[in-house]
Every structure is written in structure tokens, then in C-alpha cells.
Ligand binder design. Sequence first.
Ligand SMILES: Nc1ncnc2c1ncn2[C@@H]1O[C@H](COP(=O)(O)OP(=O)(O)OP(=O)(O)O)[C@@H](O)[C@H]1O
Ligand SMILES: [Mg+2]
Length: 288
Amino acid sequence: MRRIAIINQKGGVGKTTTAVNLAAALARAGRRVCILDLDPQAHATTHLGVEPDGSAPSMYDVLIDSRPLAETRRSVESNLNLVGSDINLAAAEVELAGVVGREVILRDALDADTDKFDFILMDCAPSLGVLTLNALAAATEVFIPLQPHFLALHGLGKLLETTALVAKRINPYLHVSGVILCMYEAATKLTGEVLRDLDAYLEKSRGAAVPWAKAQVFQTRIRRNIKLAESPSFGKSIFAYAPGCNGAEDYAALAAEVMAQTPTVLATRVTVSDRSRAQVVASEAVIL
Ligand SMILES: Nc1ncnc2c1ncn2[C@@H]1O[C@H](COP(=O)(O)OP(=O)(O)OP(=O)(O)O)[C@@H](O)[C@H]1O
Ligand SMILES: [Mg+2]
């Protein structure tokens, strides 16, 4: 199983669009997929055609009431499941403030879940609060969607530092495995410069003891495509809404790249020693 947190504290960069459409592409390729919507905005939930009106069990019940994931999960398409969000989740940050081990509630819920998936994709809010920390503590990998404009790298350092802190104190399995370029527009001088800076930043860390030492920029660029922006309001993935468009082509190509990574990713994971894992589990460090 690959547990992937899709994070960027910068808003509107394509996290939800990527979570939903990558998940749908993987499901269509025959993989068993579950999306966890960890954003109180509930955009992934809405995008998948589920009303986030608080009437059904959600991620809130998992985090606050220890409800098993199996009781909150629903099937939204063949091979594609969702644990939805709703506005109640906004209160979770405050309600969890005094709870010991609050960062690892989701990890424990996933460990206790007997239903196995090939991919768990976690759609995160544009913040580095306790909900995103739960995703980072539960994940084995991070994907970072990035819009290649001139402020794109602004904040990336902080994001990567957060993954390093989580890897050190809570989750030694955590690796940043990919940067996904979203809303990509035909190569301009500016785009080229941003990509060069990004490559240089990542290259600097090769071989270092940081979670992003092996991070790759995915070859697939998600082009700007109006159909991707339209599909959420119909409650459909791009494959159900407009299967022939560039957006569908790009997310299918990204899914193929992600699936091709799997053997390498799984081989890398076993290099984390059980001892460090045991130490970390014992310490249950609070990093906020
Ligand atoms: N490739 C694309 N082409 C055109 N529009 C896109 C593309 N990707 C995303 N969008 C649109 O851009 C907006 C922001 O995308 P999205 O909601 O995926 O970002 P986000 O990072 O999840 O935002 P937030 O930080 O608020 O959670 C949405 O309206 C979405 O439909
Ligand atoms: Mg979002």
C-alpha cells in the first residue's frame, strides 16, 4: 500500500484536482484507491459528488470520536472510495488542541483498518495545521503540486522543513517522492526559470539525510485545461466528465508514472530500520 499526502500550504495550486483525478485514473487502471479528504473546505468530497452537509460520518468522526475508517468510507466509483470531509472538520483543530498524540490519530486509524488499498491519497488543506500533520504522520510519501509561476518556490522551503521535522520526530517512513507541475502553460521563459531553480534546489539535496533527497519532478505536466475547472461543479472526475480532454490525458499519464514508481518506492521504504520506528512510536512527540 502507498499512503500519499498531497500537500502544499499555498492555496489553489491544484491539490484537490490532483487528488481526485489521480485517484480516479488509478482506480480506472484497476488499483484499489481511497481518498481521505482532510480539508474542512470539503472540495474533494464535493468534486466526487458527495454533499458535505454533515449528515454522514466523515473524517471528523475518525479524528474526534475514533470511529473506524470502515464505518465512514463510501464507494464513489468502481475501485474508488472516499472518506469525506464536512465543515465540522474546521473545529477539529481546536478540539484536538489538548489531546495527547493528536498528530498520529489518522495513522493509528489506518493501521487498524483491515480493508487494504493499493493507494491512499490524502487531500490536505492549504495550511500546516494538525490535520495536515495527521496526513504527514500517516503517509509514507508526499506529493507536492506546484504551479510554476514566480512565487512557486516561495514557501517550498518551509514545507520541506516541516516534512523533515515530521520524519525526524514522528514518521521516519516519510519521503517526498514527487513534485507535480499543475496548471502548466506552454513553456515560457519564466516557467523555464522556475523549473531550473526547482531542479537546482532538489539536486542540492541528493544524498543528504532529508526526506526530499530522492524527490523527482514528474515528467507529466498537468496543462491548464478548462474542463478540469468545470468538472467539480458536476461532482465528477475528469474521466466521467470529459474523458477526451487534455486534463484526462494528463492525469492518466501521471497515474502511469505514479504506478511505474511503485517498485522503487517500496524498495526504498524497507531501508528505514524497525528500531527507529519503534523509538518514534514510543516517543509520540508533539511537534506543534
Ligand atoms: N490544470 C488545471 N487547469 C485549469 N484549472 C485548474 C487546473 N487545476 C486546478 N484548476 C482549478 O484551479 C482552482 C484551484 O485548484 P484546486 O482546488 O485543485 O487547488 P487546491 O490546491 O486544492 O486549493 P486549496 O488550497 O484551496 O485546497 C480550482 O478552481 C480548480 O478547478
Ligand atoms: Mg483543495
